[in-house]
Design a protein. Structure first.
Ligand code: COA
Length: 339
């Protein structure tokens, strides 16, 4: 059988033109957690780097946080919701299983010209969404994409399990992408990478609440619809895959470690962040960290960090920025951007 000819076409370069983020007002400190489970501020700081995390109000849903981050991203680049063709929301804590959280956000924004869907890739979701948007724009199918990562992890945390409840928080981040028209640079997405090892799905999961193990009156007390993690093993895989994935986009973007002005890693554990940076030979001052304020907000973490780094001037025009994430699945993803 003869192989089908490969159809080559010119891809459009893609750039990020806006970012935004939102975190809920309520703070849950390590001191608060000391009153809830057998833990201490010292243990949490030393083992994770987290001081406090944000917790959404009961009537503040994932889509509400995602909408606020999206509005800020659109404002930052002067676009209106009607300009958006595509909305992709990365989340593991959707408002409802169906419709997707992206549908609620489309409605709340009034983005009536946009197709909208969710992506589920856990903490790696924001960069899975970015890569997907890059394909749609690069092939000329869509002009303007709004990618959002929003999580209300406080609804899937077992607040009696000290090994997980100290780690997670709520929040949302967003970015706007378009085809690059003028000269190269300013937000150009130089390279992206996504990867998965589904054989390790049981290291970090929400085992119940889906079709494998629906929540019933009989099993409700077992809290199967909450996060369960084998932390030590996840830690090891996180360091290895984040290093490899970041390295692959650094190389494919034609960069050396010394060309990287800022690396923005997934904010799961300060020790993971430091280990990844050290293996990539990127010094501490070129690593963005905000884990102390928000903990691990899953897909939203790297999106919030990216927006905060941009707004606080941690990277400026012409800088090479690397985003890298890791999460349940297992999944990992990276992007190299020239701002
Ligand atoms: N407070 C006090 N002690 C705690 C604790 C807490 N909140 N949580 C766990 N401990 C205890 C354990 O019970 C254990 O006690 P033992 O030795 O008596 O059995 C001890 O601390 C060490 O536990 P261990 O799980 O080995 O700690 P660790 O150094 O691996 O840190 C994590 C735990 C979860 C912080 C760490 O493994 C981690 O960050 N893993 C990866 C997380 C991650 O990346 N997740 C998401 C990817 S999105």
């Amino acid at each position: 059988m003869t192989a089908k000819p490969h159809i080559a076409f010119k891809r459009l370069p893609v750039k990020i033109i806006g970012t935004g983020s939102y975190v809920p007002e309520r703070r849950l400190t390590n001191a608060d957690l000391e009153k809830m489970v057998d833990t201490s501020h010292e243990w949490i700081i030393e083992r994770t780097g987290i001081c406090e995390r944000r917790i959404a109000a009961d009537d503040e849903y994932t889509s509400h946080m995602g909408t606020k981050a999206a509005q800020r991203a659109l404002e930052s680049c002067g676009l209106t919701p009607e300009d958006v063709d595509l909305i992709i929301c990365a989340t593991v804590t959707p408002d409802t299983f169906t419709p997707s959280t992206a549908c609620y956000i489309q409605d709340a924004l009034g983005a009536k010209n946009a197709a909208a869907f969710d992506i589920s890739a856990a903490c790696s979701g924001f960069l899975f969404a970015m890569k997907t948007a890059v394909q749609y724009i690069g092939t000329g199918q869509m002009r303007t994409a709004l990618i959002i990562a929003a999580e209300k992890l406080s609804t899937v945390v077992n607040w009696e399990d000290r090994s997980t409840c100290v780690l997670f928080g709520d929040g949302a981040g967003a970015a706007v992408l378009q085809a690059a028209t003028g000269e190269e640079g300013e937000g150009a997405v130089l390279a992206t990478d996504i990867g998965t090892d589904g054989s390790l799905h049981d290291l970090l999961q929400i085992p119940g609440g889906g079709s494998r193990c629906p929540t019933t009156v009989e099993n409700a007390h077992e809290r199967l619809a909450t996060l369960a993690m084998r932390g030590n093993e996840v830690f090891r895989h996180a360091v290895a895959h984040m290093k490899e994935s970041a390295q692959s986009v650094i190389e494919r973007a034609g960069l050396a470690p010394e060309d990287v002005n800022l690396i923005i890693p997934h904010q799961a554990n300060l020790r993971i962040i430091n280990a990844v940076a050290s293996r990539l030979s990127i010094p501490e001052e070129r690593v963005f960290v905000n884990i102390e304020k928000y903990g691990n907000t899953s897909a939203a973490a790297v999106a919030i960090a990216f927006d905060e780094a941009r707004r606080s001037g941690r990277f400026t025009k012409g800088d090479n920025v690397i985003l890298v994430t890791f999460g349940a699945g297992l999944t990992w993803s990276s992007a190299a951007i020239r701002w």
